[in-house]
Write a protein that binds this ligand. Structure first.
Ligand SMILES: [Zn+2]
Length: 295
């Protein structure tokens, strides 16, 4: 199911340089990023933001470039990356690219996410998702607007149950990683698979080393050094969790608070602080699962 990752990618040095624009949401909690790859004639949108205002702003930014949108790429199926497609392409007329597993995850979770969040976001919540209409698979090279992307399906072990990364095959040496790496932000780990996430980081290191800029869902543009930073974050988080709960993985109000304070003090510059407590019980249950401990 998962193709071996190639060690040489076809980087065409004669391409005119395509421009990459980062669109950071104004929504204050997640500050999710979407990206516009601008070629000489067309645009490619990578992820589409969460809220009404931010996705309308993304659309306006695209319109200001005066070029048509040739395609939309969805890296993974969380609302903050897919909901805004509704404002860019309400009827799904533009090619929308994603893994089948990303589409399935959207189908399985759309209703639940609406129930969970629409009250809190009110009129900013996007009422209907637009689904991917172009299926892509692990190891495929996808050509959009004359630009090639190499797609890797990493399965679970990113911040959702289905994740892809998109490697741009031009002189930018840019990798679009979705939420595989959180750049100077606390990480959402509430979908679990942390061991697999660590393994994916290790596995993809040789390939990602060839890329200069990592465009990530939350935080500023990252680079290769962020792979070890992400691994360290997971190890610190899991180790601190076991330490503070004395190996039980069971929190009470006091230990939860102590845990959150410790992680926040260990990473003082990191944003998205609410993620620390949000993921704690899920990660604790993973650390205590029978498959991960020796009798
Ligand atoms: Zn995200």
């Amino acid at each position: 199911m998962f193709a071996a990752v190639p060690f040489t990618l076809n980087l065409n040095q004669t391409d005119m340089k395509n421009k990459i624009h980062t669109h950071t949401s104004l929504e204050p909690m997640l500050k999710v990023n979407a990206f516009i790859v601008e070629t000489s004639r067309e645009l490619i949108i990578i992820d589409t933001t969460l809220t009404m205002s931010d996705s309308i702003a993304l659309k306006q930014k695209a319109e200001s470039l005066n070029k048509p949108i040739a395609g939309i790429v969805l890296t993974h199926g969380h609302p903050d990356h897919v909901a805004g497609t509704y404002n860019l392409d309400p009827k799904g007329n533009i090619p929308i690219y994603a893994l089948p597993s990303v589409k399935e995850l959207m189908e399985d979770t759309e209703e639940e996410k609406h129930k969970q969040w629409s009250g809190m976001f009110g009129s900013e919540w996007i009422p209907k998702w637009v689904y991917p209409n172009q299926m892509v698979h692990d190891g495929e090279t996808v050509s959009i607007a004359g630009v090639n992307f190499f797609v890797i399906d990493i399965g679970s072990g990113g911040d959702s149950d289905a994740n892809s990364i998109w490697l741009l095959e031009d002189e930018n040496k840019a990798a679009f990683l979705g939420d595989f790496i959180y750049s100077n932000n606390h990480t959402y780990m509430n979908d679990g698979s942390i061991l697999r996430w660590l393994a994916n980081l290790e596995r993809l290191s040789p390939v990602l080393k060839k890329f200069n800029k990592y465009f990530v869902g939350h935080g500023s543009t990252a680079d290769f050094s962020f792979i070890s930073k992400q691994k360290e974050y997971f190890l610190n988080y899991c180790g601190t969790l076991l330490d503070i709960t004395k190996g039980t993985g069971t929190f009470d109000e006091e230990t939860k608070k102590k845990f959150e304070q410790k992680i926040i003090s260990d990473f003082p510059q990191y944003g998205c602080q609410f993620m620390v407590g949000l993921s704690a019980d899920k990660v604790a249950s993973e650390l205590l699962s029978k498959s991960l401990i020796l009798d």
